[in-house]
Structures are given as C-alpha cells and as structure tokens.
Design a protein around this ligand. Structure first.
Ligand SMILES: Cc1cc2nc3c(=O)[nH]c(=O)nc-3n(C[C@H](O)[C@H](O)[C@H](O)COP(=O)(O)O)c2cc1C
Length: 207
C-alpha cells in the first residue's frame, strides 16, 4: 500500500476483532514508525503506554466514558506529550551529534533555545499536543499500511488516565489510540469538505 492509499483508506474504527491480538513485537513496530514523526528541535517529546492486558483495558475503558473500542482493540495506546521535553533534548539529540549531523554546540544551543521557548506553560502544552498528535497520526498511517484499524479518541478523563496508569505529572495525555484488526460494522470512509472550502492562497481573508 502506498502512503497515499493509506491516507485514503484509513477510517476511525469503532469495531475491533477481539479474537485477533497483536504481539508485543507488532506493537513495538507501530511505535517504531510513530517516532519517525517530526517534532520541534527533534525533541521527540512523545511517549506511549500500550495497554494490552484485558484487566488494564477494562480500567482504561472505565475512564474513557465506557467506549467499548478501548477494551476491544488489541492495543490502546495512551499517547503522551512531555511538557518538559526540552530537559531531555541533550539525550534526544545525542544520536544526531554522534552521526555528525549536528555539532555538540548546536545541540547545546537548541536546548537553550527550547528551554526559553517552552518555559511558558501554554507553549509547553501546545508543543506536547502538537508532537503527540503528529506521532499519533504517523502511527495511524503505519497501522493502515499494515492492514490494521485505529481510532483516535479525546473521549477520556485525563486525570483518571493519569491515576489508573501511573502517568508522571510531566506528561500530558494527548490522545487514546485503539489499534487492532477491524471487525465488521465500521463506518465507511466519511466524506470531507472540498479542498476549495478549506484552502485559501496567500491570505486567510474569506475563510
Ligand atoms: C482528536 C480526535 C478525537 C476523537 N475522539 C473520538 C472519541 O472520543 N470517540 C470516537 O468515537 N471518535 C473520536 N474521534 C474520531 C472522529 O469522530 C473521526 O476522526 C471523524 O469523524 C472522521 O472520521 P474518520 O477518521 O473515519 O475519517 C476523534 C478524532 C480525533 C481526530
């Protein structure tokens, strides 16, 4: 499947086949694709909790307005954004320094810039949501390319998710993302507004 086919075939699934689990290897592979997403300064301030055990999925469902797909999907990812991603930039950038793509001086300078930018709580939160969302979208497209269904969700109680899954304070729960084999009964692909309705060239006037 090409990337364009994956984009056009992906749907948000509600129905998952409960009889087809994914192995930890398959779950990890999805995250290996997700982390190919871009992030500001390459800070990679996303983290993932893969909820796979039946008991854990039931606990997640209870803090997700009882949305059944959370329990039915082979895995439901809690996609997190690190509100203090800049603190870990030295380690996030170390492989780029090692590969000779950037210098240690670049890494230090970028880390300093990021620390300044994200000192403001709103900026930190925006970046956590941006990075988590881009990673989640990348994961959804990887899943589609592998013949798997996914369904992004904001319908959850962030405090409940934090509590039940021991999420440290520095992480913002951005999305829940059930992934698995689809069962029959999902919506077909939903139509979109035409590009002409959502696109303007060179000015936002008239949007
Ligand atoms: C940020 C976000 C949050 C969403 N939250 C939920 C949710 O909690 N429950 C749900 O059933 N669908 C949820 N959806 C799925 C949307 O309803 C769906 O993406 C939209 O109707 C378009 O359908 P499609 O993804 O199949 O093209 C969410 C989608 C996004 C992007």
């Amino acid at each position: 499947m090409t990337a364009l086919e994956a984009i056009r075939s992906r749907i948000s699934a509600n129905k998952f086949d409960t009889g087809k689990p994914l192995s930890q290897h398959e779950v990890r592979e999805l995250v290996e694709y997700a982390v190919e997403a871009p992030s500001s300064f390459n800070q990679q301030n996303w983290r993932f909790v893969a909820v796979t055990r039946k008991e854990a999925k039931e606990r997640l469902k209870a803090v997700s307005f009882n949305q059944q797909k959370v329990a039915d999907a082979a895995v439901t990812f809690i996609v997190l954004g690190d509100l203090k991603g800049y603190e870990r930039m030295p380690e996030a950038l170390a492989p780029s320094v090692k590969a000779g793509l950037i210098t240690q001086k670049d890494s230090d300078a970028w880390t300093g810039m990021a620390a300044g930018m994200y000192a403001e709580a709103r900026m930190a939160r925006d970046e956590a949501v941006r990075s988590g969302s881009l990673a989640a979208m990348t994961l959804m497209l990887a899943a589609a390319a592998k013949g798997l269904a996914s369904g992004p969700m904001i319908g959850f109680d962030p405090d409940g998710v934090r509590r039940e899954f021991k999420i440290p304070e520095r992480y913002l729960p951005v999305l829940l993302l059930p992934v698995g084999h689809a069962a029959p009964g999902n919506w077909p692909r939903k139509p979109r507004l035409p590009a002409g309705d959502v696109l303007r060239f060179d000015s936002g006037e008239g949007l």
